[in-house]
Design a protein around this ligand. Structure first.
Ligand SMILES: [Fe+2]
Length: 300
């Protein structure tokens, strides 16, 4: 085993050292990476030099890449990887998707039927100030949930819809992307999931809700659902539970969307451009059990 793990916080995140992802990892090392992914829900690997093709090859080891609907921001020739940031083409039009209003907690999986998905960001450019990404564990949140709140969510179902989120973003930030076609919108009907879930890979309980995509929680009015979702996210994202990632060029970060929430920070960058190469893959939980105990100590 050549890789080393250092937890980034008591509740979420681990840094892995000793990986050069421009080359194919051995099966043994990849299994260690995958175990860390499930165990810590968020993984950081610094100092990488990754082409979009190499990032895609690594992404494919997790599962089946999903092609972003924002086709205008695909890396040319590599549709598995989309550009996120504030870079522009020579004519001044955006060359990356800029989500100025993405500083809201969510899971990238909430709009899908299949909840096990990894999002992978590779940092190509980062400004001197701003552009941090925040993470919080939905597993830790459930484990520390006060009984009255726990009683309100057991046995409930939550309905999410991608179009609700996308309409909100485009209304807040006109011109940041092309509106989706009717055909693309039709690919995103309501998705209904259990609010309280057991993670299939780790056996840990968690709750799953993304307020910006949420339409309602079963058994509650729209207003009650919004209030309950806000309370759940506020509990999950108390300052002591939040991991703030400050980007460096060459960072690769990927996270378990079933087990975590993430948020951008406000896009008031200064001192340079921001550009991330983003991939997402649908995963199948492994056929072996994951040692899921979190450890505050570094391990090798
Ligand atoms: Fe996201």
């Amino acid at each position: 085993m050549s890789i080393a793990l250092t937890p980034l916080s008591p509740t979420i995140g681990v840094e892995i050292r000793g990986c050069d992802l421009s080359k194919r990892l051995s099966d043994e090392d990849f299994r260690a990476v995958l175990n860390a992914y499930y165990r810590y829900s968020m993984v950081l690997i610094r100092g990488q030099q990754l082409s979009a093709e190499a990032q895609t090859a690594f992404l494919r080891r997790f599962g089946t890449p999903k092609i972003s609907q924002r086709k205008e921001f695909h890396v040319p020739g590599v549709p598995e990887i989309g550009r996120v940031g504030n870079t522009k083409h020579p004519d001044g039009s955006p060359s990356a998707f800029l989500d100025r209003h993405g500083n809201l907690w969510h899971s990238d999986t909430a709009s899908d039927t299949h909840l096990d998905g990894v999002t992978m960001l590779y940092c190509v450019k980062t400004p001197d100030v701003g552009g941090d990404t925040l993470f919080a564990s939905s597993v830790n949140a459930y484990a520390r949930l006060p009984d009255p709140l726990r009683d309100r969510i057991e046995g409930r179902q939550v309905t999410h819809n991608f179009n609700k989120h996308n309409d909100y973003l485009l209304a807040k930030n006109p011109g940041s992307a092309n509106p989706l076609s009717a055909e693309d919108r039709a690919k995103w009907p309501d998705r209904i999931h259990d609010l309280v879930q057991t993670h299939p890979a780790t056996g840990r309980k968690l709750y799953f809700v993304s307020p910006t995509l949420m339409k309602n929680i079963s058994g509650y009015s729209e207003g009650e659902s919004a209030e309950l979702a806000a309370a759940l996210v506020a509990h999950a994202t108390q300052p002591e539970f939040v991991l703030r990632h400050v980007w460096q060029v060459g960072d690769l970060v990927f996270w378990d969307n079933r087990a975590s929430l993430h948020s951008a920070s406000p896009a008031n960058y200064s001192g340079g451009e921001r550009l991330m190469h983003r991939g997402y893959a649908y995963m199948q939980p492994p056929a072996y059990s994951i040692d899921h105990a979190l450890s505050a100590a570094a391990e090798t």
